[in-house]
Ligand binder design. Structure first.
Ligand SMILES: Nc1ncnc2c1ncn2[C@@H]1O[C@H](COP(=O)(O)OP(=O)(O)OP(=O)(O)O)[C@@H](O)[C@H]1O
Length: 304
């Protein structure tokens, strides 16, 4: 059984097709990242999953129930991008208020706040919290009632690297306990390491989905070597690699197709007397993302 199933989901706003025939699933214990530029349809998709707006056509099942139904809502938690809390309440008071709304015991507040690293700040006013701390209050709220599906809209925006790492560690625990997680993000290099699968939306269409390795293959990106010349060797190195491009940091960038990697390595080894250092720059998800989505944009007839 999947926790979330979308099948040919379409949503139109007048002439605008916010989502067009989008199909994918999220299984229990799976972390799926929803990626796309502004306006790609991520928020619209999340709103439909939460039962806030209906789809124009297609099918959607949330925890084997209709979106917005009592069964779906009971097992689903949502973390909005900008969580707003009452600044005069303490973290503990705010979480207690949410617990009361859910009919859960107020004494769980301490546990929930500790899980998100706010034990020490629990009795301070939220007005004194940093953005990252407010985001954690939102996360504590989302953990009430042990949700089986977590829907998160750009959950790490505004978090510092340490808070991000802690956030993903918490997600790992939740997924290991069987929760399904759907999160949207613009931070591509971040989700590549921390999710199981990525779903890429462009102009409301699903243009690619898969693991990082699958997406890399699909985009067929070149391998890039950064060649750092040794002292006084810049000219000789440039002459030995006329096919490389000079980069503003003084390195030469040699770009070769995946299947030319080994041959390029022997050329680099042969030039070692001229080199101070060599790096292979791995393709980022940003590169992959822009290749794939640009290709999609170039397909005639895609625009609404
Ligand atoms: N209520 C609405 N009425 C009209 N058009 C809408 C409405 N909501 C969304 N849209 C349009 O649908 C498309 C998808 O928007 P959506 O907000 O889902 O994108 P997004 O991927 O979440 O973008 P962002 O990253 O900026 O949040 C956009 O073209 C948007 O203008």
């Amino acid at each position: 059984m999947s926790s979330l199933t979308l099948s040919r989901l379409t949503r139109r706003f007048g002439a605008v097709s916010a989502l067009e025939n989008v199909s994918f699933t999220v299984a229990p214990g799976e972390r799926v990242a929803l990626l796309g530029h502004n306006g790609a349809g991520k928020s619209t998709l999340m709103k439909i999953v939460l039962g806030l707006i209906p789809a124009t056509s297609g099918e959607i099942r949330v925890l084997d129930a209709a979106p917005g139904s009592a069964a779906a809502r009971a097992g689903t938690a949502y973390l909005p991008e900008n969580v707003a809390f009452h600044p005069a309440l303490t973290g503990r008071e705010q979480i207690r208020a949410y617990l009361a709304l859910r009919g859960a015991p107020a004494r769980q507040a301490g546990d929930l706040l500790a899980r998100v690293g706010l034990a020490d700040a629990a009795d301070r006013r939220i007005g004194t919290y940093s953005k990252g701390m407010r985001q954690r209050v939102g996360l504590a709220q989302a953990l009430i009632g042990q949700p089986r599906l977590l829907v998160m809209d750009e959950p790490t925006s505004g978090l510092d690297p340490v808070s991000r790492r802690e956030f993903y560690a918490l997600l790992d625990d939740l997924a290991a306990a069987g929760a399904a997680i759907l999160l949207s993000s613009h931070a591509l290099t971040e989700v590549e390491a921390r999710t199981d699968r990525m779903v890429i939306l462009s102009h409301g269409q699903l243009v690619a989905q898969g693991t990082m390795a699958e997406l890399r293959d699909r985009a067929a990106l070149p391998v890039v070597f950064a060649l750092v010349p040794g002292a006084g060797q810049a000219g000789a190195l440039a002459a030995a690699f006329p096919d490389a491009a000079a980069s503003p940091d003084g390195t030469l960038r040699l770009s070769v197709p995946q299947d030319g990697k080994i041959a390029a390595l022997s050329r680099v080894a042969a030039a070692q007397a001229m080199l101070a250092d060599v790096d292979i720059i791995p393709p980022s998800l940003e590169d992959i993302y822009s290749r794939i989505s640009r290709r999609d944009v170039d397909v005639p007839g895609v625009a609404a």
